[in-house]
Design a binder for this molecule. Structure first.
Ligand SMILES: *[C@@H]1O[C@H](CO)[C@@H](O)[C@H](O)[C@H]1NC(C)=O
Ligand SMILES: *[C@@H]1O[C@H](CO)[C@@H](O)[C@H](O)[C@H]1NC(C)=O
Ligand SMILES: *[C@@H]1O[C@H](CO)[C@@H](O)[C@H](O)[C@H]1NC(C)=O
Ligand SMILES: *[C@@H]1O[C@H](CO)[C@@H](O)[C@H](O)[C@H]1NC(C)=O
Ligand SMILES: *[C@@H]1O[C@H](CO)[C@@H](O)[C@H](O)[C@H]1NC(C)=O
Ligand SMILES: [Zn+2]
Length: 358
């Protein structure tokens, strides 16, 4: 019994080290962290009853908002403070260490992280990024893991901000690349092509863009094509719209563009079947959490591995109780998922390591 329990618990835990290339800082926080940061700043948060607010008040506040507004509340709590940036860095690096993620690239928008409308504060972006990097470095010491950062330009912001983010990324230690994030369905890649060309050709930065995730199929495929051909990116976040388009799949393969697949959010977006096609074409892709916070689906590493594998275990073994619970909660049993074997999952972490920016 003891032996069986041990074997079954080890199911879905990949033998090789986990590697994470696509995780958003403001999509990873929980209410305890938010309460700790609010206490550190003695922050008054509208909609809560005490200064500083309790974790349960903050939890209620965030849950009362739509998903885009949730990001605003979170950023207004963690943004605009050098001390908060440091503390968040320590917290994140320790979180990754506890989950056995030996190498991570954490992404965030440095502009958004530099201000808080609750405190009416604005901090210097350089100082915020340096402080967060310092927190990550110290937080990583206890587990011996590595965490670098990627700075995000946002699609709803002026293109000048993208250039500013690129210059910042090129000038600071610990930052290993840039990303383009935000509302792909409203803003396609076109306006950002010059910024990403500049980042690659002049600054020699490593680049990734969210593409092929949100919007009409046609527009998402347009973004994947422009990311590869016009922006000359090293990696693409998601890229699911390439599935079903043999020409695009071949383009990704020929240009050796690594895809950052995020099974938890892909399942929610009804895009998880793309993984099977990525496997079929033997594309280079990894598995990441994207937004693992309970406020954005709450699919952490154990969960994404369960989703990626469609609840199939090693031959002769049943899923662990924890894995079974995830399969049931996400209605995965007999319904699909990524269809990856344990060996496929291990290979995906190796692919991710080979596509790492540091
Ligand atoms: C925190 O802010 C509240 C309300 O402004 C104030 O009463 C309290 O003294 C402050 N606490 C600290 C430790 O500064
Ligand atoms: C991390 O790895 C250790 C040692 O292999 C293992 O005991 C532990 O269960 C793992 N933790 C997670 C969250 O996977
Ligand atoms: C921040 O600014 C707003 C509007 O300008 C004001 O209502 C609020 O009282 C200010 N809060 C602090 C903490 O200064
Ligand atoms: C991309 O966005 C631009 C505006 O920046 C627009 O003019 C163009 O039509 C869009 N292209 C596609 C294929 O949707
Ligand atoms: C990072 O960018 C450099 C410069 O463009 C490029 O040579 C290298 O292959 C890139 N690395 C990865 C892992 O994409
Ligand atoms: Zn993302």
């Amino acid at each position: 019994m003891r032996t069986f329990l041990f074997l079954s618990l080890s199911l879905f835990v990949a033998a090789s080290a986990r590697v994470e290339l696509h995780v958003h800082l403001d999509g990873a926080v929980d209410s305890e962290l938010l309460a700790d940061i609010a206490a550190l700043r003695n922050l008054t948060v509208p909609g809560t009853s005490t200064t500083p607010p309790s974790a349960s008040d903050l939890d209620k506040l965030v849950r009362s908002k739509s998903s885009f507004e949730r990001f605003d509340v979170i950023n207004d709590i963690i943004g605009g403070s050098v001390e908060a940036a440091y503390a968040v860095g320590v917290w994140f690096a320790e979180r990754q260490g506890r989950m056995n993620v030996t190498y991570s690239e954490l992404r965030y928008d440095p502009l958004r992280m530099s201000r808080s409308s609750y405190e009416n504060s604005t901090a210097d972006m350089n100082v915020i990024v340096e402080s967060l990097t310092g927190g990550l470095t110290n937080g990583a010491k206890s587990h011996g893991n590595t965490v670098h950062t990627i700075l995000c330009a946002m699609r709803d912001q002026p293109v000048e901000n993208c250039f500013q983010v690129a210059e910042l990324a090129a000038s600071l230690d610990g930052v290993v690349g840039i990303d383009l994030a935000g509302d792909e369905a409203t803003y396609n890649n076109t306006a950002f092509v010059p910024c990403f060309k500049y980042a690659k050709e002049e600054l020699h930065l490593n680049t990734t863009v969210h593409s092929g995730e949100l919007g009409t199929l046609e527009a998402r495929r347009f973004d994947i094509r422009t990311a590869v051909l016009d922006m000359n990116v090293d990696r693409i976040g998601h890229g699911y719209a390439a599935a079903g388009d043999a020409e695009l799949m071949t383009l990704l393969k020929d240009h050796k563009v690594h895809l950052e697949v995020c099974p938890g959010t892909a399942l929610a977006e009804k895009e998880i079947d793309a993984v099977k096609e990525f496997l079929h074409y033997d594309l280079s892709f990894g598995l990441s959490e994207d937004d693992p916070s309970p406020y954005f689906g709450g699919c952490d590493f154990e969960c994404i591995e369960v989703v990626a594998s469609s609840c199939q275990g090693r031959a002769g073994l049943k899923p662990s109780p924890a894995a079974r619970a995830i399969c049931t909660a996400r209605r995965l049993i007999g319904r699909g998922g990524g269809g990856m074997s344990d060996a496929d999952i291990e290979k995906s972490y190796q692919d991710a390591m080979n596509a790492a920016f540091a």
